[in-house]
Write a protein that binds this ligand. Structure first.
Ligand SMILES: Cc1cc2nc3c(=O)[nH]c(=O)nc-3n(C[C@H](O)[C@H](O)[C@H](O)COP(=O)(O)OP(=O)(O)OC[C@H]3O[C@@H](n4cnc5c(N)ncnc54)[C@H](O)[C@@H]3O)c2cc1C
Ligand code: FES
Length: 259
């Protein structure tokens, strides 16, 4: 288990995409960026909301060690994330990191790897894709959203691998859910997926039919992020486990999903 750090970060850049999404680029104050694995997350203190007492879990979107920048892609989903989206350059944010168990590299040589993200679930796929590429793999991405404006960071994804998109309204890429995208018909050795639970379950079912390995990143509600409060429990084949410490990434074979 990696050492946890409670660190202050300075907001170095905020890119607001509109449609309720903001990309925060944070630089550590007085310390080096810790080593972070793809799929791990941070628990972030929310300064600007008087009703948000608990930290909020946010996936690591990207780590730029050269420039010492940690990227977080935040969707305004409620009071806490709304306040985070309003962060201003120069502001200090306190983070607990790196948390959880991230994705794992394929056990055997995998020629065809597909990283699938739905909505803000695309966030962890950028950094994980970069790590896979740096390790000699050739990741492809399938990114889905309700509409074109939900598809974020496409240029960054394209720098890492081939990108396929789908939207529910057909405004970009193929129309429909990611599960019916034509790339799902291709040979796939390993899938990684993050998005709404119904989407991940549908992907897990396809993976089972294709007999390919599949890892999913769960977004259960969390509080402490450290395995102490038990509010993120998931039923697994090994019994109840805390998603914040045993996950958020699980091989779908570990979960008791009815698929
Ligand atoms: C491991 C992990 C990684 C995550 N990564 C990201 C990310 O990269 N970017 C991002 O924008 N969001 C991410 N989330 C979701 C984010 O943590 C929630 O949207 C946030 O905690 C909601 O807080 P709030 O104060 O804005 O909303 P609240 O006012 O607390 O709730 C608003 C709505 O969001 C729902 N909600 C609350 N907690 C969660 C949750 N954990 N997951 C989904 N819905 C929730 C509530 O049921 C409610 O409907 C992640 C969650 C987890 C567990
Ligand atoms: S969030 Fe507290 S145990 Fe997982």
């Amino acid at each position: 288990m990696s050492k946890k750090h409670l660190m202050d970060f300075r907001v170095a850049e905020v890119d607001s995409f509109g449609n309720g999404y903001s990309l925060l680029k944070l630089s550590p104050i007085g310390e080096e960026m810790p080593l972070i694995m793809g799929g791990q997350f941070v628990n972030i203190q929310v300064n600007k909301s008087k009703n948000t007492f608990l930290r909020r879990p946010i996936s690591v979107n990207f780590v730029d060690y050269e420039q010492q920048l940690l990227w977080l892609l935040v969707k305004d989903a409620g009071e806490g994330t709304h306040a985070l989206c309003q962060a201003e350059v120069g502001e200090t944010l306190n983070l607990l990191l790196p948390l959880g168990r991230g994705f794992s590299v394929p056990a055997q040589k995998a020629d065809s790897i597909l990283l699938i993200g739905g909505g803000v679930g695309t966030a962890p796929m950028l950094y994980w894709g970069k790590i896979l590429k740096d390790n000699g793999y050739n990741p492809r991405f399938l990114l889905g959203g309700r509409k074109e404006s939900d598809l974020l960071e496409l240029d960054e994804f394209r720098q890492i691998g081939e990108v396929f998109v789908s939207t529910e309204d057909g405004s970009a890429g193929e129309q429909g859910f990611v599960t019916v995208h034509s790339v799902m018909q291709s040979k796939i050795d390993k899938m990684y997926c993050c998005g709404p639970a119904p989407m991940m379950k549908a992907i897990a079912k396809i993976a089972a039919q294709k007999e390919c390995e599949c890892e999913v990143s769960l977004e259960n509600k969390m509080a402490c992020g450290l395995g102490a409060c038990l509010c993120c429990v998931e039923d697994s084949k090994e019994g109840n486990v805390c998603v914040c410490t045993s996950g958020p990434v699980f091989n779908t074979k570990e979960l008791k999903w009815e698929i």
